[in-house]
Design a protein around this ligand. Structure first.
Ligand SMILES: [Zn+2]
Ligand SMILES: [Zn+2]
Length: 329
């Protein structure tokens, strides 16, 4: 067994930016980055980890290593509503953080999902089942339950809004209201889960009528690429210098996946699960059947994102009731 490397709690980026590595116990990602950004009126924290005592303790410890306390954190900005980025927000507001900013669409989406998580889960289970995968609800990890709470932002953000030295860039795809933040001082970009390295961000269709999140995602990749950045600060993994290189890799990855999906449909019309079963999964190119039940659901949701994108551009069509996809004549 190899010894697990201790996670350094703090990384100094420079230009008044500090990376706080916050634990994600039991999750293979290991940690999520909260970024402290120095402003005239205190610090802005970008993303805060999920709601758990060890995350709050790590946040306090990281601040202390910087000679700060939570009282120095003026505001929290979240890149999106997922529990590992937003779960602790309510705790922090109650502890005195004055402001919470997030995109309006993710606030709307969070209200739909988090008011009754069990019901929202049951709905997405039904949707995945209709797309051909038997979901055994008893097997599902209740990992995100109780690790988040619905917390109303003090300010909803739109594309281009400035918050101190940061400017919000709306990058829908991974979530409907995902935001990246550009630092006007250093030229760095905080990319949340939109651009990660070496992880490929998940883009899935978990609800009927979700639209074309993959099309949104690809457009958002081109959007940040056109803006450019002098350094990328992602929510998972470590900061890296070259935004353009990583965007090209992610676009190439989606292109390869699309080719696989089309090749599957060339053999025969199929539902999303049947298509997913013919694709290689994860960086290790595992067969679908080797994935855990939870990861099989992610795989089907991701395949659906490709199928719905191809349906949007009329390359494939979908049978009205069976959710069977076929190449357009
Ligand atoms: Zn996310
Ligand atoms: Zn995340």
């Amino acid at each position: 067994m190899t010894a697990r490397k201790e996670i350094e709690p703090v990384g100094v980026i420079g230009d008044g930016i500090v990376q706080l590595r916050l634990p994600m116990a039991g999750n293979p990602l290991g940690y999520i980055n909260g970024y402290l950004v120095e402003e005239d009126d205190g610090y802005t924290l970008i993303d805060c980890g999920w709601r758990a005592d060890d995350v709050l303790a790590a946040l306090h410890a990281g601040l202390a290593l910087c000679g700060l306390t939570l009282a120095d954190v003026r505001r929290l900005l979240v890149t999106h509503f997922h529990f590992d980025h937003y779960g602790l927000a309510g705790t922090l507001l109650r502890a005195g953080v004055a402001e919470l900013g997030m995109h309006r669409l993710d606030w709307e989406f969070a209200q739909r999902i988090l008011v009754d998580e069990a019901q929202a889960d049951a709905e997405s289970d039904r949707w995945i089942e209709r797309n051909g995968l038997r979901v055994d609800a008893s097997l599902e990890e209740e990992i995100h339950h109780r690790r988040t709470e619905l917390t109303e932002p003090t300010r909803t953000l739109e594309d281009g809004d400035a918050v101190g030295r940061l400017r919000a860039v709306w990058t829908p795809g991974h979530s409907p209201g995902h935001l990246c933040f550009v630092d006007s001082l250093s030229g760095r970009m905080f990319t949340g889960d939109h651009v990660l390295d070496p992880i490929t961000p998940h883009v899935g269709v978990w609800h009927e009528g979700r639209g074309d999140p993959l099309g949104d995602y690809v457009a958002s990749l081109h959007k940040v690429d056109a803006l450019g950045a002098r350094g990328v600060c992602p929510a998972h993994g470590e900061p890296f210098p070259d935004l353009h290189r990583r965007v090209e890799e992610l676009l190439a990855h989606e292109g390869t996946r699309e080719a696989h999906v089309l090749a599957a449909l060339e053999r025969a019309p199929a539902n999303a699960t049947q298509v997913a079963m013919s694709l290689p999964w994860t960086r290790r190119e595992k067969p679908f059947t080797d994935l855990s039940p939870a990861h099989q659901q992610f795989a089907v949701a991701e395949t659906l994102a490709h199928l719905e994108h191809l349906r949007r551009n009329e390359t494939v069509s979908r049978e009205a009731d069976g959710l069977v996809y076929a190449l357009s004549a």
